[in-house]
Design a binder for this molecule. Sequence first.
Ligand SMILES: [Zn+2]
Length: 263
Amino acid sequence: MPEGDTVWNTARVLEQALAGEVLTGSDFRVPRLATADLSGWTVAESASRGKHLLLRLNRDGRPPHTLHSHLRMDGAWRAYAPRERWTGRPAHLIRVVLRTARSVAVGYHLHEVALIPTVDEEHLVGHLGPDLLGTDWDPAEAVRRIAAKPSATIAEALLDQRNLAGVGNLYKAETLFLRGLWPWTPVAGVADLTGTVELAQRLVASNRGRWTQTTTGSLRKGETSYVYGRRAQPCRRCATAIRKAEQDERVTYWCPRCQPEPG
Ligand SMILES: [Zn+2]
């Protein structure tokens, strides 16, 4: 599932495929942009902010524009050579195609696709908390935002992109395990919020640049997480069966012994 590192990697794929190139064609398969045509625009850069992708475009005589997209649970961008077969996903999931002389970028099952003046980017991403993978990552600001809602659960607080941008369900569950925190602990009951957000940042950052996400240090299948996706399997530390439950319409995994309910 796309988390901050996946989105960061995706931005890099688009940067390598498109940056500095003039678009020779575009095809939008989303109703709102069905008539949009980006031919003649130059791709200035590809950036990520939390889980949002921002493809910045220039053209002489026009204000710079940004093509925004969000991967949510299932979206993806792939880059292909001009005559290569598009093997990423079924064709009916294609939402955007961008062509240059040397490559084709295909966006599958993208969400929130929008073409906006670059000066208006803040309307789409200005609400986000500090980006875990941004050059401006600011743990103190993330802690300040989390602490402002002391009754929220720590799991909810880590997933709230307005607090910090880039943590998804996997890194949430793994961070809480490594900090020994029961997922329903209220923010007010977490002794070290700074240590918690800094650990989440390190986990996401350590997976930048590769597509296999690991929090254990192992890249072997079945060994990449402590609790995420491991319901009923033995905890790697204490052998207690890992639990899974719904929490705020997401699932969460935890070890009842390593992450005991406070009190
Ligand atoms: Zn355990």
